[in-house]
Write a protein that binds this ligand. Structure first.
Ligand code: 13P
Length: 252
């Protein structure tokens, strides 16, 4: 059985005081959620504080990006996965579409970051997803396949057991336009099929695939009802503890 993961990507929101307040409120509101793993991804400057505040609870902490390598050196502005692990994080988001679109992330750098994250003992949440024009041109599947093959290149079957995929159609991010549950299921099934080809059926069966893009308390239930949707990567609706807790507690 694949244990669902509900992850909140706080993007570049919240000063430290607000991040602490939200995480403490969330800790209370999701204290009984055993049906899924709960992850929050604050900005780098809040990671250690938040990780300390939620330690011992069922909330795990992710960074939103990482360096391509763990070797210390002259890499101004970079943060190595080992440093993220060192401050109490367990996950790292890699290849988010905002980084691909605006910060030069490529399938190759996603691949390096994924490997570096794994080497540091983090769980990479590897994001893939097509743009609107790619979907409209009928290329959604080929785009996602290329991102998967590039991003997961060289990973072993046991590496694959330690990663999570997030399918986030770019046209659904922050737009209020969610993929329909059928569209999500179709792509999630496709992703599992691609991984079955590259890493075998067993690895594909165990892989958790999250959906991201305008996930809200009122659409989480129908998304989670889909066979191949194993959780959600939530942006806007994760910034408010009560709203994110409703998504986490979709089962109760
Ligand atoms: P929204 O939930 O705001 O659409 O953002 C999704 C996202 O990008 C999560 O990583």
């Amino acid at each position: 059985m694949r244990k669902p993961v509900i992850a909140g990507n706080w993007k570049m929101y919240k000063l430290l005081s607000d991040a602490v307040e939200t995480s403490l409120e969330l800790k209370r509101l999701v204290a009984n959620a055993n049906h899924c793993e709960v992850v929050i991804a604050p900005v780098f400057t809040a990671l250690k504080t938040i990780a300390d505040r939620v330690e011992g609870s069922n909330i795990k902490v992710a960074a939103q990006d990482c360096s391509i390598q763990n070797d210390f050196g002259a890499h101004t502005g970079e943060v190595a996965p080992v440093m993220i692990k060192d401050v109490g994080c367990s996950h790292v988001i890699v290849g988010h579409s905002e980084r691909r679109q605006f910060y030069g992330e490529t399938d190759e750098s996603v691949n390096w970051k994924t490997m570096a994250g794994l080497a540091a003992g983090l769980t990479p949440i590897v994001c893939v997803g097509e743009k609107l024009e790619e979907r409209e041109a009928g290329n959604a599947e080929s785009v996602v396949k290329t991102q998967l093959e590039g991003g997961l290149k060289g990973l072993t079957v046991s590496d694959l057991e330690r990663i999570i995929i997030a399918y986030e159609p770019v046209w659904a991010i922050g737009t209020g336009k969610t993929a329909t549950p059928e569209q999500a299921q179709e792509m999630h099934g496709f992703i599992r099929g691609v991984v079955a080809e590259t890493h075998g059926a067993e690895a594909a069966e165990g892989l958790r695939i999250l959906y991201g893009g305008s996930v809200k308390p009122d659409n989480i239930v129908e998304l989670m009802a889909q066979e191949d949707v194993d959780g959600a990567l939530v942006g806007g609706a994760s910034l408010d503890a009560a709203s994110f807790a409703k998504i986490v507690n979709y089962k109760q």
